[in-house]
Design a protein around this ligand. Structure first.
Ligand code: PMP
Length: 361
């Protein structure tokens, strides 16, 4: 049988492992930070109606510039943004890939602050970009000083800041974004995949865009927006950055069906985001109850909680799975990560964990 290593694959891909969050059918799946509340039925009906119209025209290629969708994202984001400043793709992973294709590549580097989103090094390797993992402060915080010092030391072509950070949940202050931008000569991405879960009124890096043409803010419909299966991510930046991304996207990369579905969801953004408050409440409950159980939960501005004090993460992961609860072993020693689900799902997780007995550590 042919194995991967028998193939004339690129040298820099040899020995790599693909992104591989386990996909299992379980009663309680709290492993990939989705919004676990289903799409409301009336919204689903409107999306289906819009997709039905789009389907009658799929003999033709879709709008390559996805103009209506960019206008809808600009309206949704506010902050005086216009469609020329908006880009979108099949998930924010593809948005990030476009950025690396346009601004990274062989001989160039991407710097991030580990532990952080596991796709960053994979996107770097896929585009032949060097990956630099800088460190964080205590409690996974990232101060302006620490971040700017790493940027000055490594002088990367691209810096990526995850705000709030996955897998730790740590919020990021705009002071750190400003300091990184001032220290960097290249592109600075703020990945705000989880922005909607931050406390209400907390400013987004979108407020820093005016006058900063190297600053890019990426977002996704996969998390708060309850639209992970549709694969829609987007970005706000200077119109010149959007022009750069046009150079690397495949023609017609957003299908007519995707565009219609996303427009439908955005037309009902209030309803799609209606459960965010409830999810925040379950996240805060996780922090309180995990501590009561003797674990060490970290502060989170996101829809998940990273908790320490786990003697054997692999064993706990497996024991929970046996009880029908899927969470995530993110590879941080003595830690596991759990997504805040519905109240029922969150209860099921906490009960299953409680049933395993107190951590001995
Ligand atoms: N950024 C972060 C920090 C994420 O956690 C994720 C999904 N896990 C993504 C980007 C990508 O999400 P998507 O491609 O679904 O938009």
């Amino acid at each position: 049988m042919t194995s991967l290593s028998d193939l004339p694959i690129r040298d820099d891909l040899r020995g790599r492992t693909p992104y591989g969050a386990p996909q299992k059918v379980v009663p309680v799946a709290l492993n990939v930070n989705e919004n676990t509340h289903p799409v409301p039925e009336d919204v689903a009906a409107d999306i289906v109606a819009r997709v039905a119209v789009a389907v009658t025209g799929v003999n033709r290629y879709p709008d390559r510039e996805f103009t209506e969708l960019r206008e809808a994202f600009a309206r949704y984001l506010g902050h005086g943004l216009t469609a020329e400043q908006v880009w979108a793709a099949n998930g924010s992973n593809e948005v990030l890939q476009h950025i690396l294709q346009a601004f990274g590549g062989p001989g160039r580097s991407l710097l991030g602050f580990a532990p952080t989103y596991s796709m960053y090094p994979l996107l770097a390797s896929g585009t032949g970009t060097g990956w630099i993992a800088a460190g964080r402060d205590a409690e996974f915080e990232l101060s302006p000083e620490t971040a700017a010092a790493a940027v000055r030391e490594h002088d990367p072509d691209i810096v990526i800041l995850c705000s709030p950070n996955n897998p730790t949940g740590t919020p990021l202050s705009l002071d750190t974004v400003e300091a990184v931008y001032a220290a960097a000569r290249g592109i600075v991405i703020v990945d705000e995949a989880y922005a909607e879960f931050m406390p209400e009124g907390e400013p987004s890096a979108l407020t820093l865009l005016p006058g900063r043409e190297r600053l890019l803010v990426s977002r996704t419909m996969s998390k708060a927006f309850a639209f992970a299966g549709a694969r829609v991510g987007y970005l706000a930046a200077d119109p010149a950055v959007v022009d750069a991304l046009r150079l690397v996207r495949l023609p017609y990369h957003l299908s007519a069906i995707t565009q219609a579905a996303a427009l439908g969801a955005l037309a009902h953004s209030d309803e799609m985001l209606a459960m965010v408050g409830e999810i925040r409440a379950q996240r805060d409950r996780l922090v309180v109850e995990l501590a009561e159980l003797g674990y060490l939960p970290h502060c989170s501005g996101s829809n998940f909680v990273l908790f320490g004090g786990v003697d054997d993460p692999h064993a706990v992961f497996e024991a929970l799975l046996e009880r029908g609860v899927l969470i995530r072993d993110v590879g941080i020693p003595h830690h596991l990560r759990v997504t805040a689900g519905t109240e029922t799902e969150t209860t099921a997780f906490l009960e299953a964990l409680r049933a395993l007995g107190r951590p001995s550590g």
